[in-house]
Design a protein around this ligand. Structure first.
Ligand code: NAI
Length: 315
């Protein structure tokens, strides 16, 4: 158990999820937001969520929900947030000028021991930290939603981020029970979205060319590949799929992989190809109407709890 202080900037969906992860590991958490009303709502939601998880036996950590909640405080003063914080997790909306203005304020206030990690899913850290004096203390630690049940965190340094900031963030994530991966250098889309977008592009082509319906193309993942990938990555999957392991796999199937890959064609323009978009939206809404999205999300999250438990056993 730790009594070190963690600051969280932005108390929306992701800020609250980080607050719960840090409190579960015994850290003192302070949430900062520009809206006082937002902080009040965040505290109410956190109290409710922690107790609900406790009732579902899905609460993380070794202390009770009420003790975890007691570790979480709030402030509307950035100078109070930065005081004696070992780590600040930034969770403000995905708007570059907002992030830039916040980071220039933080640049004035950051103490020497503090690392600031952005939860951004799209901005490379150099985009908002360039030119700042304390830019070596800044990096990205990108979670996946919902972070409470999906342990991956992508740690992405800017060219000037200090190796010790990267190392400390990695250790901190491990201390929460998250599973960090560290990119050697920043790259657009990090790793998750690069892989996710490769899948989305091909799914788009298969539906756009009329080869598969939305329901069937999604089944290829949810009833097929996804079941393997829930346990193992694509390389270990390949390793297990040939008698002589991964080298044998690529020797056997490499020709076919290249031949199929050569037929992919151009990257779809998902903003301009209105026809395919309309067709995908029509079929998706037949599967789940817009009014039912919240209900479907809730069911998914409920089953993610079970899956997270099962996956722990697998590991
Ligand atoms: P959100 O809109 O739920 O919450 C943002 C919060 O920041 C609000 O409470 C707002 O009042 C506050 N805020 C706005 N300007 C601020 C400022 N200058 N200083 C302090 N607080 C400020 O947003 P959400 O979804 O939590 O996203 C936050 C970050 O997490 C974004 O960078 C997003 O890309 C990233 N992220 C989001 C995921 C998602 O599925 N929602 C998944 C992974 C990352």
């Amino acid at each position: 158990m730790s009594s070190q202080k963690i600051g969280i900037v932005g108390s929306g969906l992701i800020g609250r999820a980080w607050a719960m992860l840090f409190a579960a590991a015994g850290y003192r958490v302070q949430l900062y937001d520009i809206l006082e009303s937002q902080l009040a709502t965040a505290l109410q939601e956190l109290d409710k969520d922690l107790h609900r998880l406790e009732e579902q036996s899905a609460l993380r950590g070794n202390i009770r929900a009420s003790e975890q909640f007691a570790l979480i405080g709030v402030t509307t003063r950035l100078e109070e947030l930065t005081r004696e914080a070992v780590h600040i997790q930034e969770c403000v909306p995905e708007v570059l000028h907002l992030k830039k203005s916040l980071y220039s304020q933080l640049d004035e206030l950051l103490e020497e021991q503090t690392v600031v990690a952005s939860s951004t899913s799209t901005f490379m850290p150099s985009l908002y930290s360039e030119g700042l004096q304390k830019r070596q203390q800044m990096l990205v630690a990108h979670p996946l939603n919902p972070p409470y049940f999906i342990p991956l965190v992508e740690i992405v340094p800017a060219p000037w981020t200090s190796p010790s900031a990267v190392e400390r963030t990695r250790d901190l994530m491990l201390s929460l029970g998250q599973r960090p991966v560290t990119l050697k250098r920043e790259i657009q889309g990090f790793a998750t979205n690069r892989i996710q977008y490769a899948i989305l592009n091909e799914v788009w082509r298969l539906v756009g060319s009329g080869i598969l319906s939305v329901a069937d193309v999604d089944r290829v993942l949810s009833q097929g590949l996804g079941l393997r990938y829930a346990l193992l990555g694509s390389l270990e999957t390949a390793h297990l799929n040939a008698p002589g392991g991964v080298a044998d796999y690529f020797q056997r199937f490499g020709g076919e992989i290249s031949a199929v890959s050569a037929t992919y064609g151009e990257t779809p323009n998902t903003q301009e190809d209105r026809e395919t978009l309309a067709e995908i939206a029509r079929q998706c809404e037949q599967l789940v109407s817009l009014e039912k999205l919240d209900e479907r999300r809730a069911v998914r999250d409920e089953f993610l709890i079970q899956l997270a438990k099962l996956k722990k056993q697998f590991e």
